[in-house]
Design a protein around this ligand. Sequence first.
Ligand SMILES: [Mn+2]
Length: 347
Amino acid sequence: MIAASRDTGIPTSRDDRPLTKPSSAFLDALQGARSIILTGHEHPDGDCLGAQVALHELLVGLGKEVLILNPDPPSKAFDFLGRHVTYNAFRGGPLPHCDLLVLLDCSELRRLGRLQRAVEAASPRIAVIDHHVGSEYGDGDVSFVDTGAAATGELVHRLFGVLGQPLVPAAAEGVFVSLVSDTGWFRYSNTTARVFELAADVARAGVDASALFDLLNRRNEPDSVAILADAIGRSRITLDGRFGSIQLEREVVEQSTRIGLDLDLVMEPLRSVGSIEVVAMLKESHDGGVKISLRASRGVDVQKIAVGFGGGGHKKAAGASVRGTLESVRGEVEAAVRKALDGSARS
Ligand SMILES: [Mn+2]
């Protein structure tokens, strides 16, 4: 059925924006390379890893020699994707030779963590595939960027169409993991009709959504419950009930990493509070810094707040890494959130 054209003022999930296509320079770089290394940001998430599986399958199908080399190994939740590809984690030394290095789900070498120096030393040709705001100004010699894409995996899916390659089951699973990771299982505001069409396409290619949900979300260790309970217990609500924050010391972060627990879960109770417009999770990192994760409901643009801390992301989910103590950083973030809330009408 065709949706009514009359504007009812009711928000819908329609998105009639024309799709950004890869440039011919980008396609030439991809097709002209014989050996290609795929990489992504530090602590790769489901979008990054899923997009890598899909792109790996696409490029192998085109006869390329493909190596996935990330700054860090995948966390346990994503280990099942290793049925399809080998995720190599960089262990030092020079970058292996390649005709092209593809950055997925990030656009700047500074996001490559321990891999950054080796890449700078080898200075290979760089292609970027990303959907973060500002990625078109990143370090790519060629870029395929669409900030309207729900996930990087969506862009890789588009490449299958452009290059006329069949979406093999492994690639479909990769795209699906990308989509559900970056749309929060079709809950976030980037969940458009186009995303559902894409999900239908990968489901037809053989993806088992329910089995993947269990693989991604139902394999935590028994210890995870106590860690989550303790972490959630540190929630604070300030700014007249409009800001929720959680500070997590290094020990908690390391414990979680050890058992493969995704700490983003601790933000959920705060995000479920009706009055809260911004949630910040602050994690003390091993190098003495603090990692900030920001989530917004309604009007506040947390990407702008993250940029103020040298980070970035999306309007409703963004992050940054800064120097300082948990308490000092929390104060700075709260001040930035207060300013943003003052600038946006209470809804
Ligand atoms: Mn992403």
